[in-house]
Design a protein around this ligand. Structure first.
Ligand SMILES: [Mn+2]
Length: 316
């Protein structure tokens, strides 16, 4: 079937929801086509495009419905010439990844009492990376000296979003801090500092920037569980990932299932089997997908799940 899809894409791409980012001119000049699970991804010198094959409409109908993906930002305390400001910030790579996967990204700044109102307005949740969770959130009485970036406001906001999101079966994708938020919100615990933990975890180097590796380079491998959502999405059980974390899951929360591990045994990916779509990873696929297009697969899966959820809600 693949050759047919390949020839159909150029004719239909304007009508079938393909997203382009960074297009500067002739976007279809000599593209390379990748087939990753159910998704096609094309990379050319001028554009990155992707499309979910399950929503493929070969009849020339209008674009498939684009689900709204709410992304949680990080607090940033910035000194400016006109004062000191707390700002809600987020790497543009998260936005680019959601756009490239066919979703509409919006930013969800932390706020009290609006959890359900926000979940009413988004079709999926993306928990972005950031600083450490307050250790008391998972019952720790000590605070490791390497702890950084604690935000009570962000912790509470994201924990509330996860707990209500799970109850409401909102599609959820957690990245880096996001896997830790998901685990803690559901009753799990964290290793406060991987490097000072058990000796066998240190050699892997989960902070690849300290070894001079760029953000889009592979820092270590992850072994994926057979028959997991991730193995289906990536089409392989071994995956090269980047790594910028000093904390990791310790005690896995009830309801979560570990589906990816680094060679030192750290949990690098989880899913929640009882949810329609709930997945989280310890690496940063949004920083990799331009040069490692397979890393767009989970964004495409999130967008597909969010679209399905939104269309089901519309039909009710
Ligand atoms: Mn890692």
């Amino acid at each position: 079937m693949a050759p047919n899809r390949r020839t159909e894409i150029p004719r239909l791409h304007h009508a079938s929801g393909i997203r382009c980012i960074a297009a500067t001119g002739s976007e279809w000049r000599s593209p390379t086509v990748y087939f990753i699970g159910l998704w096609e991804i094309r990379i050319s010198t001028t554009a990155v495009v992707s499309r979910n094959c399950r929503s493929f409409v070969p009849t020339g109908e209008s674009s498939p419905m684009k689900p709204v993906i709410g992304i949680t930002p990080s607090p940033s305390h910035d000194e400016m010439p006109h004062g000191s400001f707390l700002r809600h910030c987020m790497a543009a790579a998260y936005v680019d990844a959601v756009l490239s996967a066919g979703g509409i990204p919006i930013v969800l700044p932390p706020q009290e009492d609006h959890t359900d109102a926000l979940l009413d307005r988004v079709d999926g949740l993306l928990l972005s990376g950031g600083g450490d969770l307050e250790p008391s959130r998972y019952g720790a009485t000590n605070v490791h000296e390497t702890t950084y970036g604690i935000s009570h406001e962000r912790d509470q906001f994201e924990i509330d979003l996860v707990r209500r999101g799970i109850v409401r079966d909102v599609p959820i994708f957690g990245i880096c801090r996001g896997i830790q938020v998901l685990n803690v919100a559901l009753g799990g615990t964290l290793v406060q500092d991987v490097a000072s933990g058990s000796p066998e975890t240190a050699p892997i180097g989960h902070r690849q920037h300290e070894a001079g590796l760029r953000s889009d380079e592979i820092g270590h491998d992850v072994r994926l569980a057979e028959d997991s959502l991730l193995t289906e999405a990536y089409g392989d059980r071994r995956l090269g990932v980047n790594s910028f974390h000093h904390q990791a899951i310790d005690g896995l929360a009830p309801g979560l299932e570990a589906v990816g591990w680094s060679a030192d045994g750290l949990i690098e990916a989880v899913t929640m089997p009882a949810s329609s779509f709930c997945v989280a990873v310890q690496w940063h696929p949004e920083l990799m997908f331009v040069h490692h297009p397979e890393q767009l697969a989970l964004f495409a899966a999130l967008v597909a799940a969010a679209r399905k959820s939104a269309m089901a809600a519309t039909a009710r």
